[in-house]
Design a protein around this ligand. Structure first.
Ligand SMILES: Nc1ncnc2c1ncn2[C@@H]1O[C@H](COP(=O)(O)OP(=O)(O)O)[C@@H](O)[C@H]1O
Ligand SMILES: [Mg+2]
Length: 257
C-alpha cells in the first residue's frame, strides 16, 4: 500500500554532506506493522519525516519515489500533499510533552486536524474528538482538560488520538514509548495493536529497541548508516540474523535478558 524506492535524504552541514537516508527501498503491506530498527543516528527519523515530505533545511530529499495509492508523494502539489498528511498518513512522535500545546485543551488539539481536513462544524469535530479519546481509552469527559493534567503515558494516548482523528490508513510512530517507563510502554504497545485492528491501520513503528519490534511487528527492516542492511519476518530476523550488524543488535537484547 506504500512503496518506497531508492529514497535518499542528505543534510548539508558545515562539515559536509551527511547521507542520512541512502537509497532505501521497502514496502508497507496493508494491515501489517512494519518495524524500522536501527541505532541512534542510523537515519530512522529522517526516513519517517521523508515519507511525509517533512524534511527541512539543511536536509533535502535528493532522490526516490514514495508511492501511495499509485501516486508519488514526492511529486504531489502542496495541496494534495496536505490531504495526505494527517488524513491518509499520520505521525506520532517520540516526546508526548512537546507534541502537545500546553495552552490548548486536548479537545481543541484533537479537533484541529479534523476541522482542517474534513471541513466539518465544531460540534461535529468535537464529537469525533470524543470518539478518538474513547478509542485510546481516555474518558471523553476529560475533553476540556489541559495536557498538564495528564501523565506522560496518557499524553501519548492523546497524541495517538490526534493522529487517529482523521482516520488515516497509515500510522508512522517514531519511538513513541521511549520517554515512558516500561509498564506504560507495554500499555501503549497493546493499545497500538488494538487500534490497528479497530481502524484497519497499517503501522510503521520506528525504534532502536529490538524487544519492542519482537512484541509488536510482523516484519522488520534493519537500518544502518542510512541504508537497509536486512529485512524479513521479525521472528526469522531475530532467530537467524544474516548481517553482523543485526546479530549485534540481537546479542545486545539477549544480554539485557
Ligand atoms: N537537522 C539535521 N541537521 C543535520 N544533520 C542531521 C539533522 N537531523 C539528523 N541529522 C543527521 O542525520 C543522521 C540520521 O539522523 P536521524 O534520522 O535522526 O537518525 P535516528 O532517528 O535513527 O537516530 C545523523 O547522522 C544525524 O546527525
Ligand atoms: Mg530518531
Amino acid at each position: 500500500m506504500l512503496e518506497v524506492r531508492n529514497l535518499s535524504v542528505n543534510y548539508y552541514v558545515d562539515e559536509g554532506t551527511v547521507n542520512a537516508v541512502a537509497g532505501v527501498t521497502f514496502n508497507l503491506k496493508e494491515g501489517e506493522i512494519l518495524g524500522i530498527l536501527g541505532e541512534s543516528g542510523s537515519g530512522k527519523s529522517t526516513l519517517g519525516f521523508a515519507l511525509l515530505r517533512l524534511v527541512d533545511r539543511p536536509g533535502e530529499i535528493v532522490s526516490g519515489e514514495i508511492i501511495l495509492n499509485g501516486l508519488d508523494i514526492l511529486l504531489m502539489p502542496e495541496r494534495e500533499l496536505r490531504r495526505v498528511r494527517g488524513a491518509q498518513i499520520a505521525m506520532v512522535f517520540q516526546d508526548p510533552f512537546t507534541a502537545l500545546n500546553p495552552v490548548l485543551t486536548i479537545g481543541e488539539q484533537i479537533m484541529e486536524p479534523i476541522v482542517l481536513h474534513q471541513g466539518v462544524k465544531r460540534g461535529e469535530a468535537r464529537a469525533k474528538a470524543a470518539e478518538a479519546l474513547r478509542a485510546v481509552k481516555i474518558d471523553p469527559a476529560r475533553i476540556d482538560d489541559y495536557p498538564h493534567q495528564f501523565s506522560g503515558g496518557m499524553r501519548q494516548r492523546v497524541v495517538i488520538a490526534m493522529a487517529l482523528a482523521c482516520r488515516p490508513k497509515i500510522l508512522i510512530a517514531d519511538e513513541p514509548t521511549t520517554a515512558l517507563d516500561v509498564t506504560i510502554q507495554a500499555e501503549i504497545l497493546a493499545l497500538l495493536r488494538e487500534i490497528k485492528n479497530q481502524f484497519n491501520l497499517s503501522i510503521i513503528y520506528i525504534t532502536h529497541n529490538f524487544g519492542i519490534i519482537r512484541q509488536l511487528c510482523d516484519r522488520v527492516v534493519v537500518m544502518h548508516r542510512g541504508a537497509i542492511v536486512e529485512e524479513g519476518k521479525t521472528h526469522l530476523v531475530f532467530d537467524q540474523p544474516k548481517e553482523p550488524y543485526t546479530k549485534k543488535l540481537v546479542d545486545c537484547l539477549r544480554e539485557l535478558g
